[in-house]
Design a protein around this ligand. Structure first.
Ligand code: ZN
Length: 382
């Protein structure tokens, strides 16, 4: 849930368009998409062409990245109402192509190998990949793990502890269901009440109702329950019948299969909106819960949304206890100032293939990596 929203509907058949634009294409795009969308798509096509015209190994050499950490949320061949209005996701075929790309260019490693590399200095294979997945949807057990096992790759799954066993529907899932419900068609009175409730909750009245719902923050999340009542979204019924998250039994099975389980907070807040004490609680409590529930030593944590707004005091405090060995943020391939916080590449939320996504990230990381290398000689959070 860390990415700009694209409609998931129809995304499964989407492929990267590498054809030249014809005048008819152009006219259709002007007519149906609007200028902003059209120019963004044209820019994306040309950037893709430029990036893909250079061999991947050249980009890899230029980027100088030894460990790539992609992440996904869910893989599914059908609509998932609890995420479809938030972001796109891969079909099984698309995900298999993603994994094949990484295994063609990188050696898969486990979370433990990465931890030993960070803390003990043990070597990783040149060009390594660690597969990671956020939010703990049931598909990690039913779809993703079997594919990875078939292909001989490990992975880390980061779980929201309040959602395990479908005890709680997290607020991003409520947003998706509420937005989906809006499409059913409602009276002006109902829509007026939706707008009024959003304003009462402090959501700025500066965009469409759908955008405003997407903009509901963690602290404003109670309004989603009110919207659900008006728009006849029974969240408890959805949890009970749809069972979107993994069960404890499924997590135990993943552990038996050799996958790593890490924490992804208690209830998925944006850390930039939290105080330091709240950040430490969300992290420590979710790690403690997983450790005790599954009788393991949970050593990893992935930030919900992104690692922006998390300062050096958080990292010093969390890592000084010795329990947390590695954390995972966003930001692609640009290194983080704290050496045990590893940045990741989001895959699957656009039409881009995994290769195109990584190439773009490599291209964007060259300048920042050079700057970070120079800065690190005098400034580091570690
Ligand atoms: Zn998440």
């Amino acid at each position: 849930m860390e990415q700009p929203r694209h409609s998931a509907r129809g995304s499964h058949a989407a492929v990267v368009d590498t054809k030249e634009s014809t005048p008819r294409d152009f006219a259709e795009e002007v007519g149906f998409l609007g200028l902003t969308t059209m120019f963004r798509r044209l820019k994306d096509r040309w950037v893709s062409r430029i990036c893909t015209s250079i061999p991947f190994d050249v980009w890899q050499t230029i980027g100088g990245v030894d460990l790539v950490i992609p992440y996904w949320h869910v893989v599914c061949d059908h609509d998932l109402p609890h995420v479809s209005e938030l972001y796109r996701f891969r079909s099984i075929r698309q995900f298999e192509a993603d994994v094949d790309f990484f295994l063609r260019h990188y050696s898969p490693v486990t979370e433990q190998e990465v931890i030993r590399h960070l803390h003990d200095g043990s070597a990783l294979p040149r060009r390594s990949v660690l597969f990671t997945f956020d939010d703990g949807f049931r598909e990690i057990h039913e779809v993703i793990a079997p594919i990875l096992r078939t292909k001989g790759a490990s992975a880390s799954f980061f779980l929201i502890t309040s959602a395990i066993d479908n005890q709680h529907l997290c607020y991003p899932q409520k947003k998706s269901l509420v937005i989906g419900a809006l499409a059913r068609g409602w009276s002006g009175t109902a829509l007026d009440e939706v707008a009024r409730l959003l304003s009462s909750a402090g959501v700025p009245n500066d965009s469409s109702v759908v955008s405003r719902i997407r903009g509901v923050s963690y602290r404003q999340r109670d309004v989603l329950d009110d919207l659900g009542r008006i728009l006849e979204c029974d969240f408890q019924k959805y949890l009970a019948s749809g069972r979107p998250y993994v069960t404890s039994q499924q997590v135990e099975d993943l552990l038996r299969q050799g996958f790593a389980i890490g924490a992804h907070s208690v209830d998925h807040p944006s850390y930039a909106d939290l105080s330091l004490d709240e950040q430490l609680f969300q992290t420590g409590e979710s790690m403690r819960w997983i450790s005790e529930r599954f009788h393991i030593e949970c050593q990893s944590f992935a930030f919900p949304y992104r690692d922006n707004g998390v300062g050096p005091d958080f990292f010093r405090s969390m890592f000084s206890e010795g329990r947390l060995k590695v954390s995972f943020g966003t930001g692609g391939l640009v290194p983080h100032p704290f050496r045990y916080n590893l940045r990741r590449v989001l895959v699957g939320n656009t039409d881009l293939t995994a290769g195109e996504t990584v190439v773009r990230r490599l291209a964007r990381s060259v300048g920042p990596r050079l700057a970070a290398t120079m800065r690190r000689q005098s400034t580091t959070w570690a």
